[in-house]
Every structure is written in C-alpha cells, then in structure tokens.
Design a protein around this ligand. Sequence first.
Ligand code: ADP
Ligand code: MG
Length: 586
Amino acid sequence: MSRARLVLGMFVAFMLAAPLALPEFHVTLLNYIGLYSIVTLGLVLLTGIGGLTSFGQAAFVGMGAYTTAFLTTAYGVSPWLTLLAGLALTFAVSLFLGFITLRLSGHYLPLGTIAWGISLYYLFSNIEFLGGYTGLSSLPEINVFGVALDTGRKFDYLIWTLALLALLSMHNLLDSRSGRAIRALKGGSMMAESFGVDTARLKTIIFIHAALLASLSGWLYAHLLRFVNPTPFSINAGIEYLFMAVVGGAASVWGAVVGAGILTILKQWLQDLLPRLLGQNGNFEMIVFGVLLVLLLQRAREGIMPLVLRYFPAPKKLPQAAAQELPRRAQPACGESLLELTRVRKAFGGLVAVNELSFAMRSGEILGLIGPNGAGKSTVFNLVTGVLPLTSGEVRFRGERIDTLSARAIVPYGLARTFQHVHLLPTMSVLENVAIGAHLRGSKGVISAALHLERAEEAMLLAEAARQLERVGLGPSMHEQAGSLALGQQRILEIARALCADPVLLLLDEPAAGLRYQEKRALAELLRKLKSEGMSVLLVEHDMDFVMKLVDRLVVMDFGEKLAEGLPQEIQTDPAVLEAYLGGVK
Ligand code: ADP
Ligand code: MG
C-alpha cells in the first residue's frame, strides 16, 4: 500500500471515529472545516488549477442555502428536492455569469467576480420573502434513510461523506484527458487550442463545477444551522475562501482540506486568544490573518500542500503495454498536393509581417522555411495553424480552405506543430504533456472522468504518448517533470506531442535550437525516419548545416516576402539569397 493510501485510510478512520469521540465543540469545528473544504475544493479547481480567480464563491454558497431555506420553510418541500433545486438554480446562474465574466481577461475577471459577489449578497439581504437581514429560520432537519440528522455529530457524517466524494471525483477528474486539458488552461489557451482543446468550454465547465460545490456546501450549512441570514455569504466570506485555497495550496485537491482546516482552527484559536491577550474585544484575528498571508505569499507562494506532497511522491502513471492502439488516419499518397499558400498577407497595424506570400508543398516532402530573424517565418506558422487570422490571401490544405478556421478546428485536418518558444506544463510529467497532443483522439468528457469510467480510453492515450516518446528517444525521461528537462529536450518533447495528434503535416519552428551536436544528428535522423514513413514536414530552422542536409526544397523569406524557392544547392548559390542572408555562411 502506498503512503498516500495509508494516510487516506487513517483520515477516513479518524473521520468515522471523530464525531463519536470528540467533544461537541471540536465536532462543530470539523463540520465547518468540511463545509469550507467543499467550497475551497471548487476554488482549487477554478483558481489554483484553471488560473481563474474568483472572489465571489460565497454568493453561490448563499444560493444553495437560500434556495433550500425558502422552499423548505415557505412550501414545506423536502430538503432533498431543494438540494436539486438549488443546484439547478446555481447551474443556470453560473452558466450565465460564466458566459459574461469568463471572457474578461487579466484583473477584470476577479473584479467581475467581486461585482456579482456583492450584488448577490445585497439581493439576499433586500428581498423580503428571504427575510432581509434577519434571514429565515426553523429549517427542517435532513433525513437520511429514516435517520434524522438532528445533532452536529450526526450531521458530521453527511458533510464529510459528501466532502470525500467531491475530493475523490475531483482527483479522478484531474487524472484524465479532460483534467490534462484543464491543467493546460493556466499556461494560456494558445497551446491547448492548438491541440484541439475547447478552452472556453472548459473554463465554463470548471466555473460551473466550482459554483455547484459552493451551492452544495450552502445547502448543508443551512440544514446544519437550520437558519440562514446574509452575513456568511458576503464578499468577506468570498475572500476567506480564496485565502483557504491559497494557504492550503491552490493546485492540489487536498490543499482544500488543509487550507480550510488551518484557517478555521487558527481563526478559532486567535478569536479566543487575542482578546484575552489584548484585554479588549474586536476582530483582531483578521489583522493577524492578513500579516500571515503576506508572509506566506513571500515564503511559500504555492501554499502548504507542496511541502506536504514532498513526502508523498506521486505514483508513476505507467502506460500499459497491453493497451489497444488508437486508430490512425490514412496518410495521403506521396506527392499529392498538401499545403498551398496563395498571396498570404499579415499586417500587425502598420507592420507587414507577411507580404503576398505564395508557396506550395507536396505530401512526403520536407520543406525548409528560412530567412533572417524577423522575416515572418513564425508568423507564417501561426497563419497556417489558425493561431492568427490572415489579413488577406488563402491557405488550402489537401484542397480545402483552412484560413477561415480557428486553431482548434484545423487540428482534425492533420496539422500539428511545435512552438519556437516552448509551451509546456513544467510541473506535469513528460508523459502527460505529450498526451495532450492526443486530445482529439479521445472523446470522454468530465463526467466519465470524475467517475473514472474512461480508464480504457485513458490507457490508450497514455500508451500512445509513451509510444511517441520512445519514437523520439525521450522514453527514459517519461516520468520526469517536463520543466526539469534541458531546453533541447523540451523541444523534442514538443515534437512527440505533435506526433501524438497523428498528423499529416508536422510544422516545426526551430526544433534544433538549443540542441547539442549529437542531439541535432539524432533529430535529423528522426526527421528522415518520419519522412520515410510518409510524414510531411514544414521546417523553420536557423542552423544552415542542419537544414541543407535534410530538406528536399527551401523557401527563403526576407521582410515578409518570398526571396527565393528551390533545391538546397540552388538556394546556396542564389545571389539574392547570399546577399540578403547567407552572406557570412556559404
Ligand atoms: P521570424 O519567425 O521569421 O523570426 P516573426 O514571424 O516572429 O519572424 O516576426 C515577423 C515580424 O512580425 C517581426 O517584426 C515581429 O516583431 C512581428 N510580429 C510577430 N508577431 C507579432 C504580433 N503578434 N504582434 C505584432 N507584431 C508581431
Ligand atoms: Mg520565429
């Protein structure tokens, strides 16, 4: 049994015994920690992992609490039905709020969440049938299989059962195809979209997921206290939830419990201690909290969980050799027209980065795209792969126009790329980074992931990632963190990730930059092997020696325009090229 399982077992055993053994006061604390953990878990997903900061979660807690308070007291509806009603209402509201706020970028998103956090609080406070500032009281108790949860001790079991289920399903979700895509959100959407991830949809999903967890916590809260008023759902509470996520460690699911636990216990302790120490009453604990948080942000920005996790090395995700192979697409016949650019133009304001550029390549070819720095090569890649829209012109792939499509919509055509500046997830394993490339070769979504019903597909995806890593020679580094690889190897990782998409055309932007001599030879060998297997490659590279020995043809760019096109030996002796570019090399 792994150490992590042992600790989980001890945790569960403690949770089973605690309500029976502990004094009332400690059970109450445990209840609160459980309630807060559920909300904080949503923030871990949304903020810690997805990179979307929300100050407004307390409003969703209020939504769950008020829905059940109102429906059970005014109409006598069963709490189990009001749970569903609260979740449905939260779903609708968060879908709407997500739609309008998630498109905000930078600090506008947190500001947006503050705005609706405040509005919903005043809504709770001012609606007459919700009891105004006094709130609603005399909520019924919850019955589970005929047992009335009429004490904190009994209620504790319900809270922690639900908290554990939420933790477990979140853990499952993150360890899946969708989970990898969610973890990729933080690095900016460009890379994820370039492998077919619908980042806007995923952001909405994690936003709703976090809101539903908050709403669930609110329902529990309302029936634990059996009365509600607006105070616990104010923006202050929203900030405290965010504190908990940050303190615990916003990027790991157990950080939610750790953060909620530490802050709840600390707050209680300080509330007792400080007034006695200072001889007067007041919310002194908030001042201490503020100072502690600043210190924490300075000393351990990732929160407490990463320090704990050092003692629990993540189990290696061993790809199963027996996993079935993913189906592969039929490659086009060698020599078929593949990519065709016609008078492509891209202007950034007044700067014309690509000017009336036309060239074509055939299937099975390695075409080199060279030119001095700033010639527009990377921009051509971004135009072809849909990362940037064209100003004018046409791009066709196997005869079909792709210049009007988004990056995500182009992936299924069989284009896969690497980036000049590597885009990978440094704390994720090499294997999982590469598996992102196979995103569109799987189809299972978040729900089957949370229930781990997609294990067969996941095994196929990981096996494919492992296969591609072996293919590029990175097999031995499979379980390392991607960020620990040397830059040259990170570029090779990107090639493996692109190969995972089962491409027809591979676009490589300076793959040999940062490689040592032997590594360059190995890369050239790999590209020749890929070509012999029918792969087409569009290659941007600065190392002329490398390019000339490898490519079938070259297109030379200068100042966004095509300067020359031809066989390597023609280009090497072309006077215009020598003049503009190869001057010093020859
Ligand atoms: P290369 O890859 O050949 O070195 P790039 O395609 O990166 O050249 O850049 C071509 C020109 O376009 C450069 O002058 C660069 O500054 C400019 N450029 C590239 N991307 C952008 C952008 N997103 N916004 C504004 N200017 C850009
Ligand atoms: Mg470039």
